[in-house]
Design a protein around this ligand. Structure first.
Ligand code: 5GP
Length: 116
């Protein structure tokens, strides 16, 4: 069950500011407030989904495609498409998911260790 009391909902609704990288009809991309790598961006859906499982089961195929196309576009904008990057999405409590609004992390700008 989606709970609107989360920081990404507030960013989507301009109640909280974020350093925006790119936005379109389906997604909003901005820098993580606490970067763990030289480049650490987040891409969130405009639709209200709690996590990846919720997104792929509830969103239309077009929305899923548009979202992941947007992730790739943001990687281009960040300049990591050629050098390489990692996408990561935490799902649920064992993963340590902090914000219960579906998002993908884009990590790059440096060599990434095999371990997460
Ligand atoms: P999760 O653990 O849910 O996959 O990751 C949530 C991410 O959101 C964390 O990396 C955290 O640093 C980031 N974050 C939490 N609050 C804010 C915020 O208010 N603004 C931004 N830009 N990032 C946030």
């Amino acid at each position: 069950m989606y709970n609107k009391d989360n920081v990404f909902y507030k960013i989507l609704n301009s109640e909280l500011s974020a350093k925006v990288i790119y936005e379109n009809d389906c997604a909003l991309a901005f820098y993580d407030i606490n970067p763990r790598k030289k480049i650490h961006a987040l891409v969130i859906t405009r639709g209200l989904y709690t996590n990846f499982s919720d997104f792929v089961s509830q969103a239309s195929p077009q929305e899923v495609k548009d979202f992941f196309d947007t992730v790739a576009k943001v990687a281009d904008i960040l300049g990591v498409s050629q050098t390489g990057y990692r996408i990561l999405s935490n799902i649920g409590s064992d993963s340590g998911q902090e914000v219960e609004h579906f998002h993908v992390h884009i990590l790059g700008g440096e060599k990434l260790s095999v371990s997460l």
